[in-house]
Design a protein around this ligand. Structure first.
Ligand code: FNR
Length: 363
């Protein structure tokens, strides 16, 4: 179908399922075991109810947002997702080019299909990129990557902490892995004795001994602000403050890691109850299940600075760079409409009173 006929994020998934190879779609869409957390990520937003205010002159709205102090045209970013080249020959390069035009931040995956410097070079001078990191059991490889990141002008490191080992994604494991290579990490996904599972075999270099005391080393070697991606409790968000992190990305890895964990938005509510003071001490982002403008506004109203979008951007690559831009446009339009109908004109006005959380809390 022509790109202009795609009106929602869901429309991209329909196209991707038809267009991508069975293996690619299985790798992208899969989630751990019974898909409970993946589905809960989506369902949690249905159970948060908006409380619009009326008669507030909403003729002009702004959706601009500062993310880690950098101006972004919207309060959302591209969450890091491996192997974008499976969707389109330009893969992460196409995402970088689209983000350059739209002034959107891209978090580059440690398992990207292109080398870091190529992805950054595909963008424009001064474009803001963050890098997602899996710490390699061979620490000197991580050190090399962090040095490259600094040289390439990456602005922050997102250490993924919810996947010391890969989740059990059965849809991915049922189809053979063939020979997929991540130019970034050097990981090669090929079948082993246990069969397929691109996610599983690619993750074999990840150091599962990583712990809180290693964060100082990452900070020192990179010289960059460090975020933790995959924090799932208020207790760990508090620890992130104590260990000097610049922020946390509350996430359950799109339901791909441990199944039956709570959605990130529930962790955000937990922070309100247990340690609201940390909202002023580090930046809090959320990802998992963001598919609509309403999802974005609800999350921001509950205190997040920004949200990440994972699978939809991979699906949008069915149309290359134009697809990525079209998806961004849809989300921006929906967010603007949501703000107008909810009665606010800029994102600083978003506040917890805009969301009724009763239904979600009583599930
Ligand atoms: C991911 N995600 C991920 N996270 C990460 O830290 N490093 C990675 O390499 C990847 N790779 C990856 C591949 C694919 C195919 C998917 C779908 C996801 C997780 C990602 O950053 C994000 O947390 C989720 O995708 C967010 O959920 P939604 O938006 O997909 O629902």
């Amino acid at each position: 179908p022509h790109l202009s006929t795609l009106l929602s994020v869901a429309d991209f998934e329909v196209v991707a399922q038809k267009k991508f190879s069975t293996k690619t779609f299985a790798f992208y869409s899969s989630a751990a075991t019974d898909l409970i957390s993946h589905r809960d990520n989506l369902d949690s937003y249905r159970n948060l109810l908006l409380r619009p205010r009326v008669l507030r002159n909403v003729k002009n709205v702004s959706i601009k947002r500062r993310i880690l102090g950098y101006e972004s045209s919207a309060p959302f970013f591209v969450s890091p997702a491996a192997m974008a080249k499976l969707a389109h020959p330009d893969g992460e390069l196409a995402i970088a080019r689209a983000c350059a035009e739209d002034n959107i931040i891209q978090i580059i995956s440690n398992n990207a299909s292109y080398p870091l410097q190529d992805i950054v070079a595909a963008g424009k001078p001064g474009q803001i990129f963050f890098l997602q990191l899996y710490v390699n059991s061979e620490r000197q490889k991580t050190e090399q990557l962090l040095n490259k990141a600094r040289e390439a002008g990456i602005k922050a490191i997102f250490v993924t902490v919810d996947a010391p080992i890969p989740g059990k994604r059965e849809a991915d494991e049922r189809i053979s892995a063939e020979n997929f290579v991540s130019a970034m990490s050097g990981a090669v996904a090929t079948n082993d004795k246990k069969g397929g599972g691109l996610g599983r075999v690619m993750a074999q270099y990840i150091d599962s001994s990583l712990n809180w005391e290693d964060l100082a080393w990452i900070k020192k070697v990179s010289g960059l602000p460090v975020f933790l991606k995959g924090v799932q409790t208020a207790a760990d968000a508090k620890l992130a403050v104590e260990y000097g992190c610049a922020g946390v990305l509350l996430s359950n890895h799109g339901g791909r890691s441990l199944d039956t964990v709570q959605p990130a938005i529930v962790t955000l509510l937990e922070i309100h109850k247990e340690c609201p003071e940390i909202f002023g001490q580090l930046e809090i982002y959320v990802d998992g299940g963001i598919r609509r403008g309403t999802d974005i506004l609800k999350t921001l109203a509950l205190g997040a600075t920004a949200v990440g979008v994972g699978r939809p951007y991979l699906y949008s690559l069915a149309y290359g760079k134009e697809g990525v831009q079209h998806l961004t446009e849809i989300l921006k339009d929906e967010l603007e409409c949501t703000m107008k109908l909810a009665g606010i004109t800029n994102l600083d006005q978003a506040n917890p009173g805009m969301v009724n959380t009763t239904k979600l809390e009583h599930l």
